[in-house]
Write a protein that binds this ligand. Structure first.
Ligand SMILES: Nc1ncnc2c1ncn2[C@@H]1O[C@H](COP(=O)(O)OP(=O)(O)OP(=O)(O)O)[C@@H](O)[C@H]1O
Ligand SMILES: [Mg+2]
Length: 153
């Protein structure tokens, strides 16, 4: 088989809602996208968006317990989609939760800007959530312009 990055790739991982795992999610997503030769700005924006989604799953999904977070990364040609899924409390009103400055954690530590950053720094954000069942956030971003389309050998 001719080696090339044309076509699709998929990597999946499951981790628990420990704060230290935010870094693992963010770093792995960056490594997954690196084959596209993204610009520094594209990569930094992508990492910020992934970080916000993973952080949300870590801090909001399981308020009183440990729980699993599944991260699926898919690349179709030069477009990467990261799905971050939890099986936690879910979101009552998704539309409202995505408004700038909206937060349910009122202890002053959160600014309610996570979803706003995800939307600003990717091409597409999709949120599906069911109270008591969990939340799935999908982030899609095209990266690397036309540079990606070069056979590896
Ligand atoms: N995975 C999730 N499970 C349950 N609730 C969530 C999840 N992700 C987001 N939310 C809800 O959506 C709200 C808005 O999320 P957003 O990331 O925009 O703000 P925040 O996390 O409260 O603050 P910030 O991201 O600025 O620190 C959260 O306050 C929370 O109520
Ligand atoms: Mg947040």
């Amino acid at each position: 088989m001719k080696e090339s990055i044309n076509g699709t790739n998929r990597v999946e991982m499951t981790f628990q809602n420990f704060p230290e795992n935010e870094r693992i999610g963010r770093t792995l997503a960056a490594a997954f996208a690196a084959v596209l030769n993204p610009t520094m700005e594209e990569l930094s924006d992508f990492k910020t968006a992934v970080s916000e989604a993973v952080t949300n799953a870590i801090i909001h999904a399981y308020p009183e317990s440990r729980g699993d977070i599944v991260m699926v990364m898919e690349r179709v040609e030069n477009t990467v989609t990261v799905h971050i899924r939890d099986f936690g409390v879910g979101i009552e009103d998704v539309e409202k939760s995505m408004e700038p400055l909206y937060t349910t954690l009122k202890n002053g530590e959160r600014s309610g800007m996570g979803f706003t950053f995800m939307e600003a720094f990717t091409d597409h954000v999709e949120v599906e959530s069911e109270p008591g069942k969990g939340t799935s956030v999908s982030l899609t971003k095209k990266m690397g312009g036309e540079k990606w389309n070069i056979p590896v050998n």
